[in-house]
Write a protein that binds this ligand. Structure first.
Ligand code: NAD
Length: 499
């Protein structure tokens, strides 16, 4: 059995805890490796080494740090196929989708090459007689990232890229479900010239996470995962005096106005609802057609498209639209929620419950499901399903559709499909959600903008990537300087404005 350990001080290191988690091949259900789960002592020792390594890295000029990121981008492109294969084999997503996962991380690394510019401070010449005032953005020291299974390349890069470019050391605690790609990223960082110890990859579960939360050395934590864990990490990390940003779960609504192009809307819903088996925090999981005629037309167009979807292992190449979900437990949870939808009165118009794939009977495949006539009180509407299940709630008016998106506890992304600019503009201005698509179903902002939800989808201030990430991973220091020509005689005891 393959054993996956940690990456500490530039080397692969075996775990010492004797505790392991299974890493599955989701297509066959077989255990393909065991990943070590770190102890608090392992985490603390790696963190102390990272703090020592950070001193020199933080003092390296930002242009040299940026060159490491530049070389890393080249190596990512060189190893794209290898990384995608490793990613798909543990996660289950198709190869083109795995490449998208890597690409969206790579783009943030490209943004990080601009670190010298992004780290520039402010300067005020002659703020008073002989007085100049300026600010610096300095690294926070050692930062940590705790990341989810569903984007094992992109999200670790969203975290470590800006943190490292700012001059911090970084402790990455990736998901124990698909740990291989984060370790490969660490190897590539070393090859790109990152000094050993500056990036540590520690695999683990709650014990390692709690050690991060309680570490006296770690100054900032970026988390992405489910909302209950986000809330926990935010609370405990903040109470320990750290800066913490946590991104949680989602229930993204797509509103379809009567004037929308129904073919485009149906295609968008199929891609955004079922791509990656629905295991995306920006997946559309609720369709909100406005008016019964719109709903009927939409459902009619959706059914044949959904029934045509090809579900299978990534190894089947272009013959597959989406792969298995990540674990047997995830599959069981999705099917339990589907049953609850039926029991609570929703109409299951595409029923994927009996989906079986010959030769892969033990794989974690879930057939596509489409519900109609879903209502607010149902579990399938309230909860994040994180599977290939699309719910349709019928709204009578635009205001009612808007209220669905506004009233839901999650607020990650949302979209509106319409040809009417006024309605689109009104929607973007009023909806209390962080990322909005206008005729775009998955509005993931590009690397030089920022990514983050509202309400129960995010805790803390500042978003991921873009300029916000450079603020999150640095502290401001402001210097007021005066040279003797500006100094007058005599002490002043008053707190006074500048002359
Ligand atoms: P998860 O919350 O189970 O795990 C995320 C991380 O937290 C992992 O590293 C895991 O080891 C750790 N963890 C799990 N349980 C813990 C506990 N009890 N104590 C301490 N640490 C714990 O999430 P997941 O299943 O890996 O990922 C799916 C979730 O992530 C979905 O809810 C999805 O919406 C969300 N997500 C959100 C975003 C976003 O940007 N908002 C992006 C991707 C995924």
């Amino acid at each position: 059995m393959k054993e996956i350990g940690h990456w500490i001080n530039g080397k692969h290191v075996k775990g010492t805890s004797g505790r392991f988690a299974d890493v599955f091949n989701p297509a066959t259900g077989e255990v393909q490796a065991k990943v070590a789960l770190a102890t608090k002592a392992e985490l603390d020792a790696a963190t102390a080494d990272a703090a020592a390594a950070q001193v020199k890295w933080g003092a390296t000029n930002p242009q040299r740090r940026a060159r490491v990121m530049m070389e890393f981008v080249r190596l990512l492109n060189r190893d794209m196929d290898k990384l995608a294969e490793a990613l798909s084999s543990e996660h289950g997503k198709t190869i083109p989708d795995a490449k998208g996962d890597i690409q969206r991380g790579l783009e943030v690394m490209e943004f990080c090459i601009g670190a010298p510019h992004l780290l520039k401070g402010e300067f005020t010449d002659s703020a008073g007689p002989g007085i100049d005032m300026y600010s610096m953005r300095q690294p926070i020291g050692v930062a940590a990232g705790i990341t989810p299974f569903n984007f094992p390349a992109m999200i670790p890069m969203w975290k470590m890229g800006p943190a490292l470019a700012c001059g911090n050391a970084f402790i990455l605690k990736p998901s124990e479900r698909d740990p291989s790609v984060p370790l490969m990223l660490a190897e590539l960082m070393q090859e790109a010239g990152l000094p050993d110890g500056v990036l540590q990859v520690i695999n683990g579960d709650k014990e390692a996470v709690d050690a991060i939360l309680d570490s006296p050395i770690i100054a900032g934590i970026g988390f992405v995962g489910s909302t209950p864990i986000a809330e926990y990490i935010y609370g405990r990390g903040c109470s320990n005096g750290k800066r913490v940003q946590c991104f949680g779960g989602a229930k993204n609504h797509m509103i379809i106005m009567p004037d929308a192009d129904m073919d485009q809307a149906a295609d968008a819903l199929v891609g955004a609802g079922y791509g990656a088996a629905g295991e995306r925090c920006m997946a559309i999981s609720v369709a909100v057609p406005v008016g019964d005629a719109t709903a009927d037309a939409l459902i009619e167009k959706l059914i044949p498209r959904i029934e045509k979807l090809k579900v299978g292992p990534y190894t089947a190449g272009n013959d597959v639209d989406y792969g298995p979900v990540v674990t047997a437990a995830a599959k069981a949870n999705i099917l339990k929620l589907v049953e609850s939808g039926v029991a609570q009165g929703a109409k299951l118009v595409v029923d994927g419950r009996n989906f079986k794939l010959q030769g892969y009977e033990d794989g974690f495949f879930v057939g596509p499901h489409l519900f109609d006539h879903v209502t607010r009180d149902m579990d399938i509407y309230r909860k994040e399903i994180f599977g290939p299940v699309l719910s349709t709630v019928r709204a009578k008016t635009y205001e009612e559709a808007l209220a669905y998106a506004m009233d839901h506890e999650y607020g990650n992304g949302t979209a509106i499909f319409t040809r009417d600019g006024d309605t689109a503009r009104d929607f973007a201005a009023r909806v209390n959600v962080g990322m909005i698509g206008i005729n775009v179903p998955i509005p993931v902002p590009l690397a030089y903008h920022t990514f983050g939800g509202w309400k129960k989808s995010a805790f803390g201030d500042l978003n991921q990537h873009g300029p916000d990430a450079f603020r999150f991973y640095t502290r401001t220091k402001t210097i007021t300087s005066r040279w003797p020509s500006g100094i007058k005689e005599g002490a002043s005891l008053n707190f006074k404005p500048m002359d």
